[in-house]
Design a protein around this ligand. Structure first.
Ligand code: BGC
Length: 333
């Protein structure tokens, strides 16, 4: 009896020691962000995190470049963390991790207002400032939105199609994600702009998952499903180049009109080559730069305008070459 009691005590002590070791290791892992912040705090005033929809996406790298330049100018320790490939759950998890790491400010998209609202509220309750970039989560606790007026950008895309075409048009829409707020707004704006124009018909809409190959697959499907297509509208940065990959291989007698989004180099090249007819311009570098500056002002307790639109317009081949008129960097019409 006595012996078994001592075995019990020994087992209990071993359990306690192993638990302490486990919790210490787990703690180190969970608080990686915080220790980075502590390490940085001597040299930097603030610790901000930019959480993009997809890390290696060329468009987001421009947002990051703008944010990094502003961070350098304001002694901000900036992290760029997010999903390798677009995924809403991973995106939400990364934001949650940044909240757990007690950063000073978070810049991210509100891809689906319902899912992001509770997270933004949690961040604010912990004293973390939140600025949405590129995609707003209306009605959430974010303090500021910096980015394109997405509905308007879709509207001017529709106006461009009306101005550039004649006769009956059958349009295939390739959109980044059917469930993301900004993509829906770009489609809605477009639909509203062409609604009164009886000769323009929306034939169908397919998702690209914001990849070039996805866009080309979506365009193929639209071409196969609708033999009479005369135009395409791509609503995210790699959709235009994906669409022309499909149209260039498709045996068609009509010259298909292609309207793309964003001034990434391959898209501008295709505009110059006449494969793309018009491009909706956004200012990703500016978004990153202004979002950091806005967070810095919030940290200082200054009052901020909640909606800070970075401008949008449509360009055509005759607007090339683009001028470097952006206040810091990035091609602008
Ligand atoms: C959108 C971004 C998106 C990107 C995908 C851009 O047009 O504004 O939200 O992540 O396209 O390539």
């Amino acid at each position: 009896m006595k012996g078994s009691k001592w075995i019990g005590v020994g087992a209990f002590l071993t359990f306690c020691i192993v638990s302490v070791m486990f919790l210490t290791l787990l703690g180190q892992d969970l608080f990686k962000i915080e220790s980075a912040s502590e390490k940085a705090s001597s040299a930097y005033q603030y610790h901000f995190v930019l959480v993009p929809e997809e890390l290696d996406n060329e468009y987001w790298q421009l947002v990051q470049k703008g944010a990094a330049d502003a961070a350098a100018a304001h002694r901000v320790y900036l992290e760029y963390l997010g999903p390798k490939q677009a995924d809403i759950d991973d995106h939400l998890k990364t934001i949650d991790m940044a909240i757990a790491g007690h950063v000073d400010g978070i810049m991210t998209q509100g891809l689906d207002a319902k899912k992001y609202k509770p997270l933004f509220q949690k961040a604010r309750e912990k004293g973390i400032d939140v600025v949405t970039v590129d995609t707003d989560a209306e009605g959430s606790k974010r303090q500021v939105y910096v980015g394109t007026d997405n509905y308007y950008s879709g509207f001017i895309a529709g106006q461009a199609l009306i101005a550039d075409t004649k006769g009956e048009q059958y349009v295939g829409i390739v959109t980044g994600r059917l469930d993301a707020v900004h993509q829906k707004q770009r489609v809605k704006g477009f639909r509203d702009a062409v609604a009164a124009e009886k000769r323009i018909h929306i034939a169908g809409i397919e998702e690209s998952a914001i990849t070039k190959s996805g866009a080309s697959g979506a365009a193929y499907k639209l071409l196969n499903d609708h033999a009479n297509l005369t135009a395409f509208y791509g609503t995210s940065a790699l959709d235009g180049v994906g669409i022309i990959q499909a149209t260039s291989q498709y045996q068609s007698t009509t010259d298909i009109y292609v309207l793309a989004f964003d001034t990434l180099p391959d898209t501008i090249q295709a505009l110059d080559d006449g494969e793309i007819d018009a491009v909706v311009v956004q200012h990703p570098y500016e978004m990153g730069y202004q979002a950091v500056e806005s967070l810095v002002r919030l940290q200082k307790g200054e009052k901020e305008e909640p909606l800070q639109y970075t401008g949008t317009s449509v360009i055509r081949r005759e607007d090339l070459p683009l001028q470097q008129t952006d206040r810091r960097q990035g091609m602008q019409p």
